[in-house]
Design a protein around this ligand. Structure first.
Ligand code: NAD
Length: 482
């Protein structure tokens, strides 16, 4: 399928070329052919986007004075526009990122739900009255922070942008979205949706570009009031430092190395199915992946052999012409990084129980076999570092205490899963896991209304839920001497 979607920057309600006319070429990871070429924003384009976004929220502007019911209708209109583009957009996302169209469709459905959820928030954001002294009225209001910047990664390009855009717009902010240069296309469809929904000019701006140029210029811009960054821990640290110059608030959604703890009393069929989704979905390129299984010795062999059998039977393929359930990874560089980790795992003494290389029948495309490592020690590189690919590491433990120790022994703290049918154990183990999100008898899962985020090196602040409303609003305290 040839790409026929938007390719220009979208700034202040206009489609325009980048100042210097440079472009970014995007590759289809399944065919290794160039799929599209889009304009590449540089610092002066970011200046223009910030200026437009500031004008859109200036005192007295249409967006700033819009009543909540009208803003709610605008968010629903965005959701409607996205819903109408779903077929086209899921193909575009599949060709741009490599995920299957089915997986891309899940992303888009989640965004539609997210816009509808936050549409409902437009008339529910409110302050409090605070008792002070007789004859005085003291209360708070919540106001938009102003200009919000959204830096998105390439693994869920559409969904991870949308979970920031929807609450930011619902609370009356303007947004500037910079997608990853590897997957810039679906972000431009937010501009199309904003146009179709009739959002005022400058409320939504989309500026594909390189992280080190456009991303750096955006996160350090004095006109930006809040930065939502989703990406790697290393870049997240840089973004936080850069944003400090502008005293901008920062939400960081970073990497993960999630454990799935499996106890002998668990339903092993359900656990295996859940873990399959949690590591082989999206070719394992998920911050929330359950990439480490921490398994009690009584069921360790059983779980490893189940996961190996699952891994060996996943049909691979990308794009529309294949019945693949797992696509290629996003780029040759990412593929090589994953293969290097697999080599490191072997060198450090882990055993390959399934996969472990490039599939023999896939000469074209950045495919990696679904891989399962057994005999993994939690100190190994493959158990400590985020591989960001379809590689599962299985660690054996002797009891509950050891399971909790191993699960918590990680620099990351995003998601953890517990598989058990013992109600007391489910609660006590959950309580002791140092993770932002813990699931019991469930693969990592999330909804627009639930907070998403992590502890430790996985970041701070929360996407989604009521917490996102707090991130995108500033509290004003008003005191009246009656
Ligand atoms: P990345 O950090 O390389 O890039 C993320 C974004 O930051 C891209 O848009 C990139 O262009 C931009 N960027 C790069 N350098 C920048 C700079 N100096 N200033 C401003 N922006 C800059 O991450 P990635 O490889 O695209 O994504 C994979 C990572 O994202 C993984 O670590 C994954 O765990 C993480 N992730 C986290 C979540 C979460 O919700 N916690 C979700 C998805 C992905």
């Amino acid at each position: 399928m040839e790409y026929t979607g938007p390719t220009d920057l979208y700034i202040g309600g206009e489609w325009r070329e980048a100042t210097n006319g440079d472009s970014i070429e995007t590759e289809d990871p399944a065919t290794e052919r160039t799929y599209a070429s889009v304009q590449k924003a540089e610092a002066s384009d970011i200046d223009a986007a910030v200026e437009a976004a500031q004008a859109a929220v200036a005192e007295g502007s249409e967006w700033a004075t819009m009543d909540p019911g009208t803003r709610r209708a605008k968010l629903h209109a965005m959701a409607d526009a996205i819903e109408a583009m779903k077929d086209e957009l899921s193909m575009v996302e599949s060709h741009d990122n490599g995920k299957t169209p089915f997986e891309a469709g899940l992303e888009i459905d989640m965004v539609i739900d997210t816009f509808r959820h936050y549409a409902g928030w437009t008339d529910k954001v409110r302050g409090d009255e605070i008792p002070v002294e007789n004859g005085r009225l003291n209360y708070t209001t919540r106001e938009p922070v102003g200009v919000t910047a959204h830096i998105a990664p390439w693994n869920y390009p559409f969904q991870l942008a949308g979970r920031g855009l929807a609450p930011a717009l619902a609370t009356g902010n303007s947004v500037i979205l910079k997608p990853s240069a590897m997957t810039p296309l679906s972000a431009l469809y937010y501009a199309k949706a904003a146009e179709e929904a009739g959002l005022p000019d400058g409320v939504v701006n989309v500026v594909p570009g390189k992280g080190s140029e456009a991303g750096d210029a955006l996160t350090g811009h004095e006109g930006v009031d809040h930065v939502t960054f989703t990406g790697s821990t290393g870049v997240g640290k840089t973004v936080q430092r850069t944003a400090a110059d502008a005293v901008a608030d920062v939400t960081l959604e970073l990497g993960g190395k999630g454990p799935a703890v499996v106890f002998p009393d668990a339903d092993l069929d359900a656990a295996a199915r859940g873990i399959q989704y949690g590591i082989f979905m999206n070719a394992g390129q998920m911050c929330w992946a359950n990439s480490r299984i921490v398994v009690h010795e009584d069921v360790y062999e059983e779980m490893v052999s189940r996961m190996a059998e699952i891994a060996e039977n996943i049909p691979l393929g990308g794009g529309i012409d294949d019945d693949g359930q797992m696509g290629p990874v996003v780029s040759a560089g990412q593929q090589q990084e994953i293969l290097d980790y697999i080599e490191t795992g072997k060198e450090e003494g882990a055993t390959v129980a399934a996969g472990g290389g490039v599939p023999g029948d896939k000469e074209t495309g950045h495919f990696v076999e679904p891989t399962v490592f057994a005999d993994v020690d939690n100190e190994m590189t493959i158990a400590q570092e985020e591989i960001f690919g379809p590689v599962l590491t299985a660690i054996e433990v002797s009891d509950e205490e050891a399971a909790i120790d191993v699960a918590n022994d990680s620099p990351f703290g995003l998601t953890a899963c517990v598989w058990t049918n013992d109600l007391t154990r489910a609660h006590t183990v959950t309580d002791r896991l140092d993770y932002g999100m813990v699931m019991v008898n469930e693969t990592p899962n999330t909804w627009p209304q639930t907070p998403f985020g992590g502890t430790k090196q996985s970041g701070h602040g929360r996407a989604q839920g009521e917490q996102a409303i707090e991130s995108y609003t500033e509290v004003k305290n008003v005191h009246i001497n009656l």
